[in-house]
Design a protein around this ligand. Sequence first.
Ligand code: AMP
Ligand code: GLY
Length: 424
Amino acid sequence: MKIMVVGGGGREHAIIKKLKENESVEKIYALPGNGGIAADAECVAVKATDLDGICEFAKANAIDYAVVAPDDPLVLGCVDRLNELGIPCFGPEAKAAIIEGSKVFSKNLCKKYGIPTAQYEVFTDVESALNYLETAPIPTVIKADGLALGKGVIIAETREDAKKAVKEMMEDKVFGKSGDQIVIEEFLTGPEVSVLSFTDGKVVVPMISSMDHKRALDDDKGLNTGGMGTVAPNPYYTKSIADRCMKEIFVPTMNAMNAEGRTFKGCLYFGLMLTPNGPKVIEFNCRFGDPETQVVLPLLKTDLLEVMQAVTNSTLSDVEVEFSEESAACVVMASSGYPQKYETGFEITAEGDVMKDIFVAGARLEDGKLLTGGGRVLGVTALGSCLSCAINNAYEKVNKVHFDNAFYRKDIGKRALQAQKGND
Ligand code: AMP
Ligand code: GLY
């Protein structure tokens, strides 16, 4: 089989490495991939948002199956376009990807179908939003409606900050059209859990839970990033919470999308907060999370291609999706200065066979050398028989990866370990 994976980050690298385990896979193309992915797939210089380019390539190369991984091509309708060409895909159609593409849509969906989430109001004009903020409880959370490269959520600690955020989104258009509508919602507290799930619209199969680390610096300080590391499973996500989420959130969301005529097929990501009043949805994503995928897929025992095809064919209930009993940790190594200004172009080297456990996010090949090429450069994943074993193994490997200006958090999994102690 010839497979095409759309995207070019650490998540796509993890998907590609896993797909390669299937013997019927002869060839994988990554569009655009990156210098590190090039070790595992043929990278083709077509941007993930260039739907015409993607379709042309797929047709010209007789692609048998496509995996569309990032949010923007999904929201733009990449799967719809490929399906029109008769190419089966993993990923939702645009009408279902809207669950991530529009926060107004997803919040209204929750309200209509009784899916627990933060209370909210939607605003389409600045005056009403500013008026509302005069008396809104503080802290408050301001969200741009559309995709905003993961930056469209502002937690405002003061009324002034909240007003500033609203003006930036709605007047200055810092997120472009994504800020035409905004959601202002209740500030929730509690541990966060990421649950990725496979769903074909008939059943929803949660994957192993995970915990992201979004802030740039240790002890959850510094700016928000795309994710500095992950661990799986997430110890806050106990069996009884998982059962409750299945009943109150996962199945109702799948059913709600069906009822709206927007059947979701692909990976539906539930960003949850375990509040004192029970688990609530913080966000939905229409795709695998990054860097959650880098800990979740290495623990998947069932063949990934088989699961993906079952999702496409609406036969997911026939597949037993199994995860290892082990734990996993991923430490992201970034360029110093990320998520603000940083330099790139430094050579990446890895001792021994550590490269095989690395998922490359931002790097390019030049004269056979792998050079840093992004803010987040790579993720180092390790498994272990316990969470602390996996974390120790990951940091041991991090010590064997070298590039100038490397920067990473030293406390990935620390909170998870504390939670685990609390559970014992
Ligand atoms: P998102 O981009 O939707 O994942 O939001 C980024 C982060 O903002 C989440 O991971 C949460 O930590 C935080 N966040 C989002 N919504 C809320 C909320 N209603 N209350 C508290 N924190 C939130
Ligand atoms: N790690 C969070 C996300 O992929 O959106």
